[in-house]
Design a protein around this ligand. Structure first.
Ligand SMILES: *[C@@H]1O[C@H](CO)[C@@H](O)[C@H](O)[C@H]1NC(C)=O
Ligand SMILES: *[C@@H]1O[C@H](CO)[C@@H](O)[C@H](O)[C@H]1NC(C)=O
Ligand SMILES: *[C@@H]1O[C@H](CO)[C@@H](O)[C@H](O)[C@H]1NC(C)=O
Ligand SMILES: *[C@@H]1O[C@H](CO)[C@@H](O)[C@H](O)[C@H]1NC(C)=O
Ligand SMILES: *[C@@H]1O[C@H](CO)[C@@H](O)[C@H](O)[C@H]1NC(C)=O
Ligand SMILES: *[C@@H]1O[C@H](CO)[C@@H](O)[C@H](O)[C@H]1NC(C)=O
Ligand SMILES: *[C@@H]1O[C@H](CO)[C@@H](O)[C@H](O)[C@H]1NC(C)=O
Ligand SMILES: *[C@@H]1O[C@H](CO)[C@@H](O)[C@H](O)[C@H]1NC(C)=O
Ligand SMILES: *[C@@H]1O[C@H](CO)[C@@H](O)[C@H](O)[C@H]1NC(C)=O
Ligand SMILES: *[C@@H]1O[C@H](CO)[C@@H](O)[C@H](O)[C@H]1NC(C)=O
Ligand SMILES: *[C@@H]1O[C@H](CO)[C@@H](O)[C@H](O)[C@H]1NC(C)=O
Ligand SMILES: *[C@@H]1O[C@H](CO)[C@@H](O)[C@H](O)[C@H]1NC(C)=O
Length: 699
């Protein structure tokens, strides 16, 4: 866009062209890459370690906040002292009143966000890294992120350099009046500062914060590493005025609310002496841990306490923080290679597609709590892995493992490690595969009280949607992982859900499509399509186990339903697909076509894909940020589509990219938005953005 504009100006006046070129070259310096998203991911690793900086703020003009619309502050501060002069790097903390470093640019990759700032003679890189290790469940389940800093003097001369960073207890509670306590471990290896609520509330959230967590701030120990736990303004002043931190942990910490009448902070500082550059990064580890992390029950079973998977290797807080610190160099290498290979794969499709994956991967992975159970002797059962997803942003029921949200996110898990998908399906399948679950269709979720996961008998109007979602995901998991054990174990349950689809798909009644579609809707073409694909998927599952009569029965039903569907889903003038059955004026995105491709069913004729593609093609220019999900509401879109030509595919990606890069929004990328003005309408930080991986998953 910019270059096109510049080019046109050139034709008019060579003077303005030179001005434009100058502007452009200055901009390169201040440019954020690959683009400025609605919010910058900082520590985004777990539902409760989920801190962001909204895009309108520079690193030292805005507080890090939890991911939700209430913009709850998560205290996190950093400053440096260069040649005796203090500069603030992170957060707008007002006291002491010191100079702010100047932000030059921001860059993000799938695992890192890096701010480049200028503080006196130093250029400083401040990087927030949340690793993504889909094949290593110990590391992936660790609710810890890195903050690391490197600096180089821009005049090439040595200058004295000290650096300080702290966090508050806001990371472990949504209630500033709750008293928290503080403790420190300072051994030869590391400094580990820990905080807990005095009165923890197990499995309870306040405004999406945990109330039963331990917060950690830690760094490797060494010469000139100091720490202190005391009132924020005092701690920051002690560092800035040259007095320094002296290892004091304020015993009065627990006598007042963690943020009332003031905040205490957990601070760790390092004095590097007179340097021209840091020889290795200065690293802090931030963590929010809970144990047990999930309580799980089904109609048949009592509450089972489950622990985050890393507890299989690391049990004491000291072990966890020390392991994470010692793992920094390894994590840096792993992140580098994860970023490189993901971006290379995505950029085979397009650069813009790579940008979108870079923004969404931490968001979608951070919604997961990966758990194992304990044997009766207290040892960890590493083969009993279950994963629980928080429906962040609440586009589904807002519940645990909300099935339609899981369905949207599934392509990402299939691509990164299909076994993750199986571990997400397990608690749903096991919870329903027993006589005590007496609903003939699939549940919507594991209850709405994350981190409590409860599968219960609940009637609802999403029977076709969720039953088909479960069948499709179960088959996809088996195909992409090569592990058919879930299909084998739950064949009867999947078959019963298929019978429900057979009975109901052609007469939708009050049946609703995914709540993530953003509205109540009847007789949806897309929903009927999902039901038919579900039946066809079961035929494929039956074929795999040589259950010939099931295979034949479901195959015949699917193809006969498809014929009826085609007669109601294509406009009578054969120009477009209808979004409401038989309703000639309707049109929209039939994203469930994707499952036909994902499962290699070859059920849907090419002519249907061609109609959808040509519809998209006709719509690409009508709004700036996306195509309406349904002609019934032109101001609502959702990031989902299937196209058969590269032009149309790229056109859709570019609309999505424009939405992700619009400065209209301030929350982590939201799933539902207005395609005309790009305004987010809900589903902030939703794991359903894992749908961005749908193109890669097909490869
Ligand atoms: C900061 O990041 C930039 C861009 O990646 C890099 O060129 C530079 O070497 C880094 N500086 C330091 C001190 O690490
Ligand atoms: C830092 O090193 C430079 C060059 O050796 C020297 O000029 C300067 O005085 C030193 N500063 C301090 C505070 O030691
Ligand atoms: C810590 O380091 C000191 C000095 O090197 C040494 O004497 C001491 O044994 C070490 N302590 C531990 C726990 O390793
Ligand atoms: C902090 O409070 C928790 C919960 O009451 C308690 O278990 C823990 O021992 C306390 N820690 C310190 C250092 O006081
Ligand atoms: C810190 O703030 C408190 C009020 O919250 C004030 O009484 C105290 O003087 C301040 N200390 C410093 C060093 O600014
Ligand atoms: C630095 O600030 C602390 C905390 O306010 C104060 O106690 C100390 O006297 C100050 N030191 C200097 C050198 O100003
Ligand atoms: C510790 O601080 C002193 C004084 O600033 C400095 O000379 C020394 O190089 C520092 N040591 C390390 C390991 O940074
Ligand atoms: C965890 O323990 C297992 C079994 O002892 C070991 O194979 C694995 O390497 C350990 N993982 C980490 C991250 O320490
Ligand atoms: C499937 O449905 C039949 C008939 O309602 C029932 O007897 C059977 O227990 C169900 N099987 C499973 C695994 O839910
Ligand atoms: C499907 O309909 C048949 C015939 O009405 C009925 O016997 C059967 O129980 C129904 N199955 C399910 C799963 O709804
Ligand atoms: C759905 O379509 C059927 C058949 O055309 C019609 O009878 C029914 O009223 C429609 N349902 C709703 C809720 O509009
Ligand atoms: C379209 O959807 C948006 C977001 O849910 C809603 O605010 C608006 O009222 C809807 N418009 C119509 C015409 O239904």
């Amino acid at each position: 866009m910019a270059s096109r504009l510049g080019h046109r100006r050139c034709l008019w006046s060579s003077l303005s062209c030179i001005a434009f070129a100058l502007c452009a070259s200055l901009n390169v310096f201040a440019q954020n890459t690959p683009f400025t998203p609605p919010a910058w991911p900082l520590a985004v690793k777990n539902p409760y370690l989920n801190g962001w900086l909204v895009n309108t703020a520079e690193l030292n003009s805005g507080w890090p906040v939890l991911w939700t619309p209430s913009f709850d502050i998560l205290g996190w501060y950093c400053s440096v002292v260069v040649d005796g002069v203090p500069y603030r790097i992170l957060s707008p903390g007002p006291l002491p009143d010191i100079a702010t470093a100047k932000q030059l640019s921001v860059d993000f990759t799938p695992t890192k966000t890096t701010f480049v700032l200028e503080a006196g003679p130093f250029v400083i890189n401040a990087t927030f890294m949340s690793t993504v290790t889909p094949n290593d469940l110990v590391r992936q389940s660790l609710p810890f992120s890195y903050f690391y800093v490197s600096a180089r003097s821009s005049d090439g001369l040595p200058h004295t350099f000290k650096i300080y960073s702290d966090i508050s207890s806001e990371w472990i509670s949504g209630d500033d009046n709750a008293p928290a306590n503080a403790s420190s471990i300072g051994d030869n290896e590391s400094v580990i500062l820990e905080t807990q609520l005095q009165g923890p509330l197990p499995f309870t959230e306040i405004k999406d914060h945990p109330q039963d967590a331990s917060g950690f701030y830690a760094a490797s120990n060494g010469e000139n590493v100091t720490y202190e736990v005391i009132q924020a303004n005092v701690s920051r002043t002690l560092f800035a005025n040259g007095t320094g931190l002296d290892g004091f942990v304020d015993p009065l910490y627990n006598t007042h609310g963690l943020g009332r009448p003031f905040f205490d902070v957990f601070a760790i500082a390092t004095d590097l002496g007179n340097i021209t550059e840091t020889s290795s990064p200065i690293v802090w580890a931030i963590g929010v841990t809970r144990d047990p992390s999930i309580q799980f029950s089904t109609p048949l079973t009592q509450k089972q306490m489950r622990s985050s998977f890393y507890r299989s290797n690391l049990s004491t807080p000291d072990d966890v923080a020390s392991f994470f610190l010692a793992d920094f160099n390894n994590s840096l290498v792993d992140s580098e290679s994860f970023d490189t290979s993901l971006l290379a794969a995505a950029q085979n499709i397009s650069m813009a597609y790579g940008d979108l994956l870079a923004l969404t991967v931490r968001q979608a992975m951070s919604a997961l709590e990966i758990t194992g159970s304990k044997n009766s002797d207290g040892s960890f059962n590493t083969s009993d892995v279950m994963i629980f997803m928080k429906d962040m942003g609440g586009v589904g029921t807002g519940g645990v493992n909300a099935v339609d949200v899981l369905f949207a996110a599934f392509p990402m898990y299939l691509y990164l490690n299909p076994a993750l998908g199986g571990c997400l399906l397990r608690p749903l399948l096991e919870g329903q595969d027993n006589d005590a679950y007496d609903i003939p269709f699939a549940a919507q979720d594991l209850g709405t009280q994350f981190p409590t996961a409860t599968l219960s008998n609940v009637q609802h109007d999403f029977g076709i949607e969720q039953s088909a979602n479960m069948i499709i995901m179960s088959l996809a998991h088996a195909m992409y992982s090569g592990d058919d054990s879930l299909l084998d174990q739950h064949y009867g349950l999947l078959k019963n859900w298929t019978d429900y689809l057979v009975n109901n798909t052609m007469d939708l009644g009050l049946q609703q499509p995914s709540l993530s579609d953003g509205f109540a809707a009847f007789n949806r073409t897309n929903l009927a399509l999902k039901g038919i694909i579900g039946i066809s998927a079961m035929s494929k599952i039956a074929a795999h186990f040589s259950r010939i009569s099931d295979e034949t029965q479901y195959k015949d039903v699917a193809s006969s339903y498809l014929q009826t569907w085609l007669s109601k889903a294509i406009s009578t003038d054969r120009t477009h697909l209808l979004s409401v059955l038989d309703q000639q004026q309707s049109s929209g995105i039939l994203y469930n076509l994707y499952a036909d491709k994902l499962l290699h069913l070859d059920l849907i004729p090419d002519s249907v894909y061609d109609l959808q593609t040509s519809y998209f093609s006709s719509q690409l220019d009508t709004s700036s940020f996306g195509i309406p999900l349904d002609s019934g509401n032109l101001t609502l879109s959702r990031s989902a589509a299937v196209a058969t030509t590269n032009d149309v595919r790229d056109g859709l990606i570019s609309l999505m990219h424009a939405y992700a890069a619009t400065t209209a929004n301030l929350l982590p990328l939201s799933a539902i938005y207005n395609p005309i003005n790009g305004q987010a309408l809900g589903g902030e930080n939703s794991p359903s953005m894992g749908a961005m991986f749908s193109l890669l998953a097909l490869e």
